[in-house]
Design a protein around this ligand. Structure first.
Ligand code: BG6
Length: 489
């Protein structure tokens, strides 16, 4: 991996994301020797006046968000690379000032990475001002780069507009659209699990697989993000991006090679193949819900509508479960069940592959409760894989019990998976777009999700609620029961 010298410019440098994820990631990258020799971070923001104050606030956050003890020498080396500029992105004079600082800090005007850790309504203004005030030098291929945080639009229309604003300045190969789930270790492992193991890939289709479940449960509520979440809800916040990305990696064909282009091409095909939904029947296979008061870890928590910046009569969903199909030869007839929500009992993300229940005919006659084979890819908090199969119950003449082979990656002593943002920032620096979403992926995901959002906006049906700490609205069990299936949790 080549580490070319570069400048990293953060818009939204005083925000939550910078404190919680970006600076801790830089700290860890520096600790591992994964930052270029010549490197600087120029952070801009509004709520802090000067560099000293800014560094002090970062130092505090490091202690809070880096999971190990902070090494003072690493922090000292890092802070020397960080500059701060109080900056109002709407004030045009600011860009000329910023340009001066950037030019002073580095000779190379061509290798700049602009990180937009801001609400998307500012993206257009920022990129056009960067161009207008000549902060961009496109003389080196693939440089400068722009990194964009979610949400990428509110629907296909707004996402397209946003994309036009950005691609009006930056070519696609310079754009890094973040989906932080792609930085998670086990999702990166998904292709290897599939394509480096004959025993899995040989049975990875509708002949052998009964259904696939993609689950991402959260314990947390909406916290301080009510303002954003009210307009988003679980469908836009989780399904449009993270859940459909997991699905794309699970369902894609083997790429021609391991290049970014080939991998993305296969993911795009999956998202393009998502079957249209029958809008008339939407309530029977897309379940939504909103958390009510309840208990999490024994502690009383408030209802969603009572959270900060949330309307008392809010109809925003904090839970979605749905059944969808991928309309291609490999997956024809195999349902994919997706489920995600806030204020559920456990934090867990996993993919469950349920194989068909075809056994020796005489076993079918003799045992009526044989378990299907299950392959579980555990994404978080535990990272690993388990495989469940049937064996003879020891000590009996002919009883069958399900048994489990379990590989836990992050249970190994001394093992510490890199945080998603570490991997992602490093990828930006080395110019690897594999873990970022191409516009076509965003487009097809919105096309799919828009159908649901549209149907909901016209629907007269009530939004069910579920007690915080429960497994979601009761309709969610029904979704699978109707198909003679169950959630494997
Ligand atoms: C974010 C969503 O993209 O992902 C949040 O906006 C959600 O609402 C978060 O809590 C979940 O991420 P993780 O890494 O904790 O599973």
């Amino acid at each position: 991996d080549k580490l070319e010298s570069c400048q990293f410019i953060i818009f939204g440098g005083t925000g939550d994301l910078t404190h919680r994820k970006l600076i801790p990631a830089f700290y860890n990258l520096l600790d591992q020797g994964l930052l270029p020799e010549e490197f600087s971070i120029v952070a801009t923001g509004r709520s802090i006046d000067n560099r000293e104050e800014y560094l002090a606030s970062l130092y505090q956050s490091l202690h809070k968000f880096v999971k190990k003890e902070i090494k003072e020498d690493i922090w000292n080396a890092l802070q020397k690379k960080i500059y701060y500029k109080s900056f109002d992105i709407l004030n045009e004079g600011g860009y000329q000032n910023l340009k001066k600082i950037l030019d002073e800090k580095s000779q190379s005007k061509a290798r700049r990475i602009f990180y937009l850790a801001m609400p998307p309504r500012f993206f257009g203004t920022i990129v056009s001002s960067l161009e207008k005030y000549k902060l961009l030098d496109f003389s080196k291929p693939s440089w400068p780069k722009v990194v964009i945080e979610k949400p990428f639009g509110y629907d296909l229309k707004s996402a397209t507009e946003l994309n036009q604003q950005i691609t009006g300045v930056f070519p696609e190969e310079n754009i890094y659209r973040i989906d932080h789930y792609l930085g998670k270790e086990m999702l990166q492992s998904m292709m290897m699990i599939r394509f480096a193991n004959l025993v899995f890939e040989a049975v990875w289709d509708n002949k052998y697989i009964d259904n696939i479940q993609i689950i991402s449960n959260e314990k947390v509520g909406v916290g301080q993000r009510g303002g954003y979440y009210e307009k988003s809800g679980a469908l836009r916040d989780m399904v449009q991006n993270h859940m459909l990305q997991i699905l794309a990696l699970t369902a894609m064909e083997a790429p021609a090679d391991m290049s970014t282009e080939s991998i993305r091409a296969e993911k795009i095909k999956v998202l393009k193949s998502l079957a249209d939904l029958d809008i008339e029947q939407i309530d029977s296979y897309v379940i939504r819900g909103q958390y009510d008061v309840g208990k999490i870890d024994g502690e009383e928590v408030t209802a969603y509508w009572n959270e900060r910046n949330v309307a008392d009569d809010s109809s925003t969903e904090t839970f979605v479960a749905l059944k969808l199909f991928v309309d291609n030869l490999r997956w024809s007839g195999v349902p994919f069940y997706i489920k995600t929500g806030k204020r559920l009992p456990n934090k867990v993300t996993k993919v469950i592959i349920e194989f068909k229940s075809s056994f020796h005919p005489s076993y079918h006659k003799e045992f009526n409760d044989l378990s299907p084979n299950l392959l579980v890819i555990k994404i978080q908090p535990e990272e690993g894989i388990s495989f469940e199969f049937n064996a003879k119950k020891p000590g009996t003449k002919a009883k069958i019990v399900p048994v489990k082979m379990d590989f836990c990656q992050n249970c190994q002593v001394g093992f510490n998976s890199p945080e998603a943002y570490e991997r992602l920032i490093h990828s930006v620096i080395i110019g690897d777009q594999t873990l970022f979403t191409h516009w076509d992926e965003v487009e097809y995901s919105w096309r799919f999700v828009d159908q649901i959002a549209q149907a909901w906006s016209e629907s007269k049906s009530q939004l069910p609620s579920y007690p915080a700490g429960s497994n979601g609205p009761k309709e969610v069990e029904e979704l699978l029961k109707r198909d003679n299936r169950k959630w494997w949790e």
